[in-house]
Write a protein that binds this ligand. Structure first.
Ligand SMILES: Nc1ncnc2c1ncn2[C@@H]1O[C@H](COP(=O)(O)OP(=O)(O)OP(=O)(O)O)[C@@H](O)[C@H]1O
Ligand SMILES: [Mg+2]
Length: 350
C-alpha cells in the first residue's frame, strides 16, 4: 500500500464481489473520501461518477457481468457529483480467459491536464487561422473589387491594388514558411545542413541584402581571427535577418552589429545586434522567445524570435537579451565552434 500511496494517479482495487479492498491516497483525495471509509464498501458507491447524461459508470460499463472476454476498460471521462471530470481506466482480472472477474483494478486520473492541452491546441489553431486570415482578406477584397468593377478604375488605381495583392501574397507565403519552421522546431524536426561557415561574411551578406531594400548601408564590425563555426548558413542567415529586422522595426534602427569571440572562456563566437529603441523590458525577456508573443504597434506574427531561438538552440548555442549602452535592446547569440550534434548544457551566463 505504501507504494500505491506514492502514485500521482488514484488506484482502487475491488474483489470478486465488487467490494473495495484497497484505495490509495490520490484516489481518496480525488473522490473526497478517506481510504478507511472506502474499504469494505461497494465500488459503485465509492465512485459516485456519472456521464453528462446522468448515467452511472458502474451501470453503463458493467465490469463484472458485461462482455466476458473483456480484460480492460479503455479511458473514459466521468464526472463527480461536484462536476469534476475524471478519466477512468480499468483492468478486469480473470483467472481463466472467459471466467468471472476476480479483481477490478481502477485507475483514476484528473482530466485537468488533458483539458488544458486540448485548449492550448485549439488556441494555436485559432491563432494560426487569424494570422492567415488578415492578409487573405486583403487579397480577396482587392481581387473581388477588380473583378466586379474593373472599368471604374484607372490603370494607376488597378496597378496600386495589384501591388497590394502582390505584397499580401508575399506576406502569406512568408507567414506559411514561418509557421512550418515553428512546427518543425516544436516537433524537433528542424534539419540542419551544417558546414564550416565564415560567420562574419555571412552577417555582412545579410546586412547588404537588408541595406539594398532600405537604402541605409549597414556595416558589421567583425573581429579578426574568428574561428569558422560549424553551422547551417541558410538557417543562420535567418537568425541574423530576424534580429536585424527587429532592430529596424521595433528598435528605431540598428545601432551596432558585431561578431566577436565570447568574453568568457567559451569557444565559437558571439553575434551582437544593438539598436536605438526602447529596449526589451526585463520582465518580458523570457516571453519574447515564445511562439506568437508580440507587442507594440509594429508587432508582426510574433514568430521571429521563437524561430531564432529554435535555430540557435539546435546549433547548441544560446540567445540572450541585455541593454545597449544607448538604452536600446542588445541581442546576443552565441554560436559554438563544435559540430551541431554536440549540445551544450550550460548556455547561461554572459
Ligand atoms: N529590438 C527590439 N526592441 C524592442 N522590442 C523588440 C525587439 N525585438 C523584438 N521585440 C519585441 O518582441 C516581440 C516579438 O518579436 P518577434 O520577432 O518574435 O515577432 P515580431 O517581430 O512581432 O513578428 P515577426 O514574426 O514578423 O518577427 C515584438 O513584437 C516586439 O514587441
Ligand atoms: Mg520579428
Amino acid at each position: 500500500m505504501a507504494l500505491l500511496d506514492k502514485l500521482p494517479d488514484g488506484v482502487i482495487v475491488a474483489g470478486p464481489d465488487a467490494i473495495v479492498a484497497q484505495l490509495n491516497q490520490s484516489a481518496a483525495c480525488m473522490l473526497d473520501t478517506a481510504p478507511d471509509a472506502a474499504v469494505g464498501r461497494h465500488v459503485r458507491d465509492v465512485l459516485p461518477l456519472d456521464d453528462l447524461q446522468g448515467h452511472h459508470w458502474f451501470d453503463s460499463l458493467r465490469p463484472y457481468d458485461g462482455f466476458a472476454a473483456r480484460t480492460r476498460l479503455c479511458e473514459q471521462s466521468w464526472y463527480t457529483p461536484a462536476g469534476v471530470e475524471l478519466l477512468i481506466t480499468a483492468q478486469l482480472v480473470r483467472d481463466s480467459p472467459r471466467g468471472p472477474v476476480n479483481e477490478l483494478v481502477l485507475c483514476v486520473r484528473s482530466a485537468h491536464a488533458r483539458a488544458r492541452r486540448d485548449r492550448d491546441r485549439s488556441d494555436l489553431v485559432a491563432t494560426v487561422a487569424h494570422e492567415l486570415r488578415s492578409p487573405l482578406t486583403g487579397v480577396k477584397g482587392f481581387t473581388s473589387t477588380l473583378l466586379t468593377k474593373w472599368d471604374r478604375f484607372s490603370d494607376e488605381q488597378r496597378q496600386l491594388m495589384l501591388e497590394t495583392v502582390d505584397s499580401d501574397a508575399d506576406r502569406l507565403s512568408r507567414l506559411i514558411t514561418e509557421l512550418l519552421d515553428a512546427a518543425r522546431i516544436d516537433s524537433g524536426r528542424l534539419t540542419l545542413r551544417a558546414a564550416p561557415v565564415d560567420f562574419g561574411a555571412l552577417v555582412q551578406r545579410v546586412l547588404d541584402n537588408i541595406s539594398a531594400g532600405s537604402g541605409h548601408a549597414l556595416q558589421a564590425r567583425v573581429a579578426d581571427d574568428l574561428p569558422k563555426v560549424w553551422a547551417d548558413s541558410d538557417r543562420m542567415a535567418q537568425v541574423v535577418t530576424n534580429l536585424v529586422e527587429n532592430a529596424l522595426r521595433h528598435g528605431h534602427g540598428v545601432d551596432h552589429v558585431e561578431v566577436r569571440r565570447p568574453y568568457d572562456d567559451r569557444d565559437g563566437l558571439v553575434l551582437e545586434v544593438r539598436d536605438r529603441g526602447p529596449g526589451v523590458p526585463a520582465d518580458v525577456r523570457s516571453r519574447v522567445f515564445t511562439r506568437f508573443w508580440k507587442s507594440g504597434e509594429r508587432g508582426g506574427s510574433g514568430l521571429g524570435l521563437f524561430i531564432v531561438k529554435g535555430i540557435v538552440d539546435s546549433h547548441g548555442g544560446a540567445v540572450a537579451i541585455g541593454d545597449a549602452d544607448t538604452g536600446g535592446a542588445r541581442f546576443m547569440v552565441w554560436v559554438p565552434e563544435n559540430e551541431p550534434a554536440v549540445l551544450r548544457e550550460d548556455s547561461s551566463g554572459w
